[in-house]
Design a protein. Sequence first.
Length: 228
Amino acid sequence: EQNRINIAIDGPAGAGKSTVARMVASRLQYIYVDTGAMYRAVTWYMQSHGISAENEQKVLQTVQNMVIELKPHESGQMVLLNGEDVTPFIRSQKVNSEVSRYAQIEDLRHHLVHLQRMMALSKGVVMDGRDIGTTVLPAAEVKIFMTASVKERALRRFKELDKAEGITLEQLETDIARRDRLDEEREVSPLRRAEDAVFLDTTDMNIDEVVEYITSFCRTRMDGEKEQ
Ligand code: CDP
Ligand code: CDP
């Protein structure tokens, strides 16, 4: 029986974090936690209720009165707000365009970080986001900072898209670069590689190669933990 550890995966949009984190979790029989889905669900809710990101007090008050749950699901993970499944709404262009604005609100971040830490208390968690290795789980036994060129990341996202959305590859690249910049330049827990994170450029790696690399790295760490 190997000791359970926590695994933090951070990086910019389209790097492959959620795909890989979910597969690593499944291989290790760990729980996958998608923190981006929490920021997205909150953004969708605020937009639906006409609460703008400038109205920080109202955002905080609203989120404090909300029950946010993540539930494992065959195709990844479900987000429930006050018991209602909002997963189908959180990946829209409208949410994409504003999520990084809401994610700059310091008090909102504190609230979500607290929830995320609670989810990782019993270990055996693979968590992905932007600030997991630096802020949410600074003591995680494994930290990966995953990236890829912005061209490759835009192309990956483009392939996922429904043609009906009518968005071009160039537009996607601009959107992603803009979101990267907002995430990297914000004052509270910006997107940054933790000093002790493994840097992984996946531009020329396929999904299986990345999953294999991270899983074997984790297994080595678990063995190390056991011997201590
Ligand atoms: O899947 P994708 O990489 O496009 O984004 P995501 O992981 O779903 O995160 C959406 C947005 O939420 C990011 O662009 C960040 O602005 C914010 N986020 C964050 O600030 N901190 C996290 N731990 C996770 C997401
Ligand atoms: O979570 P994040 O935004 O970092 O990326 P993702 O949503 O997991 O991955 C974006 C897309 O890239 C997905 O369609 C993956 O299947 C694809 N991908 C890939 O083609 N090669 C990789 N090495 C990783 C992901």
